[in-house]
Design a protein. Structure first.
Length: 324
C-alpha cells in the first residue's frame, strides 16, 4: 500500500476492482424461481396485449373470417364511421368520460382518505380488521354486486323503498330513473375499489420519514395538521402518477360493472350507456369485429394522447408527479 508524504493513503495507487459483467442467462439462472412466479403474468400480457396488435389491422378492413387478416379487403376509415356517424355517438362519449372522471375523482379522494385514516389507527388488531373489511368488496364479482344493488333498489322488495314506505313516502321505481344511476354507479364503484386502492397510498405513507412527524409533535402539531401539512403534500407525487395512469383509460368504460348492473335496460341508457356497452351490443347484433376493433383503436389512441399531454403538463408544473 502506498503512503503519501503526509501520512495518508495514496488512493490513486490502489488498483480498482471492476465488477465482472453478468449476462442475461446468468441473471435468469440465479433468480429462476422469481422469474417463474412472474411467468404466468408475462404470458397473459403477451397473449392478450402484444400478440393482439396485428389484429388491429382489421379496423381498416372489411374483415372476412375465411380470408383472414392478410386476405381481407382494405376499406380505409369506413369502420370508424360506424361509431362516429351514429346518432348516439356524442351522448355515449360524454357518458363514458363523465363516469370515468367521477370514478377517478371520488375514488382517489376516498382512497387517500381511507389510507390516512388507517395510518392514524393505533390499535393493530382494529387496523387489520378494518383493512380486511374495506378490501373485501374488491374480490366480489360485479354480477354478485348487481344482485346486491337489486336488493337495495328493487321497486317492491328493495331495502331503500321499504325504508321510504316505512316513513310514509311513496316507493320509487329506481330502474326507470336514469339520472339517479350516475351516482348509484359512482357510489358502488367507490365502495368496491377504494379499499384496495388505499393500500398503494398506505404504502407510500409508510415510506415517509418518521422524523418529520416527530418534529411536528415537538412543535405541538395536531393530527389534522400533520395529515394536511406532511402526509398529503408527500402523497401528491403518488396521487399524480396514479391519476396519469388512469387517464389512459378515460375512454374505456367499466364494461363489467355497467353490463352486469344495467344490462339491456334501455330506459337507463341516457346516463349509463358507454362506448364499451354500445360496441358490445353492436357486435352481438351485427357480428362485425372490424367495427369493434375500430372503436378500440380510437379509445387507445385518445388514451395515449391524454396521458402524453397530461404528463407534459405535470412535468412542467409539478415535476415530482410526472411519469417520465
Amino acid at each position: 500500500m502506498n503512503i503519501s508524504k503526509r501520512g495518508g493513503i495514496n488512493i490513486k495507487a490502489i488498483p480498482l476492482v471492476r465488477k465482472k459483467k453478468r449476462g442475461f442467462f446468468w441473471e435468469l439462472s440465479r433468480n429462476r424461481f422469481s422469474y417463474l412466479l412472474v411467468l404466468p403474468a408475462l404470458i397473459y400480457v403477451f397473449i392478450f396485449s402484444y400478440a393482439s396488435y396485428p389484429y388491429l389491422a382489421i379496423a381498416f378492413q372489411k374483415f372476412n373470417y375465411v380470408k383472414g387478416i392478410f386476405g381481407s379487403d382494405w376499406i380505409g376509415f369506413e369502420n370508424f364511421a360506424f361509431f362516429f356517424k351514429s346518432s348516439d355517438a356524442i351522448l355515449i362519449t360524454i357518458n363514458t368520460v363523465k363516469l370515468n372522471l367521477l370514478f377517478l375523482a371520488f375514488g382517489t379522494f376516498f382512497a387517500v382518505s381511507i389510507a390516512i385514516l388507517f395510518n392514524e389507527i393505533r390499535s393493530k388488531l382494529f387496523q387489520k380488521l378494518a383493512q380486511t373489511t374495506m378490501i373485501f368488496p374488491s374480490f366480489l364479482s360485479w354480477v354478485v354486486v348487481s344482485y346486491m344493488i337489486y336488493g337495495l333498489f328493487s321497486t317492491n322488495f328493495g331495502i331503500i323503498n321499504q325504508i321510504i314506505h316505512y316513513f310514509g313516502g311513496e316507493t320509487i321505481n329506481w330502474y326507470t330513473k336514469p339520472d339517479a344511476w350516475t351516482w348509484i354507479l359512482v357510489g358502488m364503484k367507490v365502495w368496491k375499489d377504494a379499499g384496495l386502492a388505499s393500500i398503494i397510498y398506505l404504502a407510500a405513507i409508510a415510506g415517509i420519514d418518521q422524523s418529520l412527524y416527530e418534529s411536528a409533535d415537538m412543535d405541538g402539531a395536531s393530527r389534522w395538521q400533520k395529515a394536511t401539512r406532511i402526509t398529503l403534500p408527500l402523497l401528491a407525487p403518488t396521487i399524480a402518477i396514479l391519476t396519469l395512469l388512469s387517464l389512459g383509460k378515460i375512454f374505456y368504460g367499466e364494461f363489467g360493472m355497467i353490463y352486469a348492473i344495467i344490462g339491456d335496460n334501455g330506459v337507463l341508457y341516457p346516463t349509463t350507456d358507454i362506448i364499451d356497452t354500445y360496441v358490445f351490443r353492436a357486435l352481438r347484433q351485427v357480428g362485425d369485429p372490424a367495427n369493434a376493433a375500430a372503436v378500440g383503436l380510437f379509445q387507445s389512441t385518445v388514451g395515449f394522447t391524454l396521458v402524453f399531454l397530461a404528463n407534459w403538463f405535470t412535468r412542467r408544473f409539478f415535476r415530482e408527479g410526472a411519469l417520465y
